[in-house]
Write a new protein. Sequence first.
Length: 126
Amino acid sequence: MTNIYTTFVLPAFFAHPAHDSVTISIYHAAANIRTGFEGESLMKALDDVVRPVLKPKGLKWESNVYETPREWWRLQGMAPPDFNSEMLQRRARDNKFTDEDEEQLLRQQGYFDESRWKLPTFDDIK
């Protein structure tokens, strides 16, 4: 692997395992990073948290953020409420969601629609 990296003018140490290093991966799905400024701010905030912990211990670190499109993110099988919606604001304020919220979201997303489970028959195909 090192030969491949150095062929592409990447440092050899990118491919060498190190016993004094940490990799931090964040799977970010709740909201997508919309601008370079937001992304850079997130990375700086992460560094502000890990630097005082890892640096004094002599550890090196690498960090990365993997983003999932919000439409493919689910909490307990449900798509999250829309941004700026009353439900999301209530969840943020209360730091939880209720059974009523869950049922309302599931209904909005068609989960109680029995017709979606109807399998096609040969008559439907004609």
